[in-house]
Design a protein around this ligand. Structure first.
Ligand SMILES: Cc1cc2nc3c(=O)[nH]c(=O)nc-3n(C[C@H](O)[C@H](O)[C@H](O)COP(=O)(O)OP(=O)(O)OC[C@H]3O[C@@H](n4cnc5c(N)ncnc54)[C@H](O)[C@@H]3O)c2cc1C
Length: 461
């Protein structure tokens, strides 16, 4: 890195806020995907003024800068390239007062999601974005990726739950976007443009989050179902939608996922019979009214069900679903896809995706899980024991040549929630037209004329 640039940084940041020792920088080089990165320098600013000065310096010297949060991302968005500066927001972790009147809270971008939940719980409120990585991911990362999570079916994605953002542009300008307004029809919505832009348009430094009451009966009843085949999924989803309750989560996973959670994390299912697929249904309120369970279980596609009523049982059932990402990663080399198809088509799409994989079954195994109720199936390709990395990678490449055209046929998206980052850039044309990508590039150039913000992520110049 240029010596004059480093001198400038040293003048902006105190010594403990600029890391350069390889062992200190190494943890910031990549994200949860462990994609190879090279962080030579890491800036850890304490406030917006420092973020602004760092970005102005990067812009002046044309240095690429990679915004980084909890690095739990699953698309390689926070992976640092050669001669780029990692800009980690962890120290901007202030938690402001909760406003009962507005039902909002102002927090720093580096606040850990779970810490925000705990902070708001004291006031009987919560930020309704909940994901298995909540103990490490940050609000800035959640908003930059427009995170989804486990209760999208009830609450929607992160972009619905923010009323203001403080952001810093590539030239170091600090902008306050939307100023906490619920309604604001004064031209382009810049706040929503930044949400989901994966650090390519601006760096988020603060956010005002919208909260919901932490109703005492929320998530009291959690049911786990075992299903014989994929056909049981749309049946159970429709029956649940018609049920006399509100659905908070409708998550699914396949038998290999359950097996991975059992063997790698030693968590047990409470069902007495095995299925090929499983559904976790969480309801608002108490257990389903008398008779609902019995009528649903009469369907030949359903094998077994367990109703978790105590908090320990509920924790155990959720532990199966929340442990999948971690346990699958412990099973072998993984390639992850968070796809999106119309809700009514998920089961058909999965059946076709399964059929397309038959030719490669010796080199890769499919693990399905995800947010069925949002049309968001995750397909993880996993290397069986004994298959070498090149053999696995070749099989995945060839399978993906079938999977993505199939997804296009279903008018799906290559990413439902994890974002495009580095890893899914090559498939973006399956979801976005050349005309759309032309508009993307114009917007990028308008906000980041030197293209210094998260270079090489989402799309290329
Ligand atoms: C076990 C597990 C479960 C998960 N479950 C879900 C799930 O259910 N739903 C879901 O949507 N995701 C899920 N994820 C993915 C991940 O947790 C989310 O994408 C999360 O929002 C990323 O937050 P982060 O702070 O870790 O961001 P990082 O990984 O650090 O960064 C992600 C992207 O955001 C950018 N960024 C980070 N902070 C800022 C900032 N302040 N300003 C501008 N850009 C910034 C980065 O440059 C990068 O492009 C899961 C991950 C794991 C490991």
């Amino acid at each position: 890195m240029n010596g004059a640039f480093l001198n400038k940084l040293a003048g902006i940041l105190p010594a403990d806020a600029l890391l350069s020792a390889p062992e200190d920088c190494a943890p910031y080089a990549s994200d949860w995907t462990r994609t190879e990165g090279v962080a030579e320098y890491v800036a850890l600013p304490r406030n917006t003024a420092q973020v602004s000065a760092v970005l102005a310096a990067c812009n002046e010297f044309g240095v690429g800068v990679v915004p980084s949060g909890g690095r739990t991302g699953l698309a390689g968005g926070a992976v640092v390239g050669k001669s780029q500066l990692a800009l980690n927001l962890s120290r901007l972790n202030q938690l402001g007062d909760v406003s009962q009147l507005a039902r909002t809270v102002r927090v720093g971008a580096g606040a850990i999601t779970q810490a925000v939940h705990a902070h708001c719980e004291n006031a009987g409120l919560t930020w309704p974005i909940d994901l298995a990585s909540k103990g490490s991911c940050q609000i800035g990362g959640n908003l930059a990726t427009n995170a989804g999570g486990l209760r999208v079916i009830r609450y929607g994605m992160a972009r619905k739950w923010v009323t203001a953002l403080e952001v810093v542009t590539s030239t170091g300008k600090v902008l306050e976007l939307n100023a906490d307004l619920e309604k604001n029809n004064t031209g382009y919505d810049l706040l929503q443009l930044v949400v989901g832009s994966e650090g390519t348009l601006a760096v988020i430094t603060q956010a005002t989050l919208k909260l919901v009451p932490l109703a005492p009966d929320l998530g009291k009843a959690v049911c786990l179902f075992a299903l014989k085949d994929l056909g049981g999924l749309p049946y159970l989803f429709e029956a649940s939608r018609k049920g006399p309750f509100e659905i908070l989560a409708f998550e699914f996973f396949s038998q290999p996922c359950l097996e991975a959670v059992r063997t790698k994390l030693n968590r047990q299912s409470r069902l007495s019979k095995e299925g090929n697929y499983y559904v976790l249904l969480e309801l608002a309120g108490d257990k389903p009214r008398e008779g609902w369970f019995e009528s649903v279980l009469a369907h030949p596609g359903l094998v077994d069900a367990f109703l978790a009523e105590s908090s320990e049982d509920r924790r155990q059932v959720w532990g199966l679903r929340e442990g999948i990402t971690e346990s699958v990663a412990l099973t072998g080399r993984v390639r992850k896809h968070d796809l999106s198809v119309p809700v009514a088509k998920v089961a058909d799409f999965l059946a076709d995706a399964e059929a397309a994989a038959l030719d490669f079954s010796a080199q890769m195994k499919l693990y399905y899980f995800g947010h069925f109720g949002d049309g968001s199936p995750h397909i993880n390709l996993v290397a069986p024991v004994g298959v070498t990395a090149p053999e696995f990678d070749r099989a995945c490449d060839r399978y993906e040549e079938r999977l993505f055209p199939l997804l296009q046929k279903y008018r799906g998206s290559i990413s439902s929630e994890h974002g495009v980052g580095l890893l899914k850039k090559k498939w973006l044309s399956y979801s976005r037209s050349p005309e759309e990508l032309h508009v993307f590039r114009s917007i990028k150039t308008a906000l980041d004329p030197k293209w210094i913000l998260n270079p090489g992520k989402v799309f290329d110049r």
